[in-house]
Design a protein around this ligand. Structure first.
Ligand code: CA
Length: 138
């Protein structure tokens, strides 16, 4: 599972990448709206975590463009914009989920897994090979 993290606060971006890596995900980091737009269109991610306040280009505009081009990768918006109208705007722009900062990493991880489950409903949570077992939920 490969996840793109779009976040211009580099310390937070690094923490997100570390948390996801510990859960077995491969992550790409991006700190800029223009680069995010390009990566989201050209790379095969399983999910994208998208900040909205970004240098170069606003995340909401990036998301709208992805959706207008038919890009259907699950997107979780992670932003400080927590007002009701902002959440509605984000979901209407094509976000699959919306989480407001500050947030708990555990909740973010649970939401990312929920997105991936919905995107690939037949994916098993537990993989077994010989005497090895990998539970993607834990
Ligand atoms: Ca930001």
């Amino acid at each position: 599972m490969r996840i793109l993290i779009v976040e211009d606060e580099k310390i937070l971006a690094g923490q997100l990448a570390e948390q996801l890596r510990l859960s077995g995900f491969v992550t790409d980091l991006c700190h800029d709206g223009n680069e995010a737009g390009f990566l989201g269109e050209t790379e095969p991610y399983d999910a994208i975590i998208l900040d909205l306040g970004l240098p170069g280009r606003d995340g909401l505009s990036v998301l709208k463009e992805w959706r207008s081009k038919g890009m259907d990768t699950p997107v979780l918006v992670l932003t400080a914009r927590g007002q009701l109208h902002e959440k509605i705007e984000g979901l209407n722009a094509g976000a699959d989920d919306y989480l407001v900062k500050p947030f708990a990493f555990d909740e973010l991880m649970a939401r990312v897994r929920a997105l991936l489950r919905r995107a690939q409903p037949n994916l098993p949570q537990v993989y077994r090979f010989a005497d090895l077992e990998l539970d993607t939920g834990t």
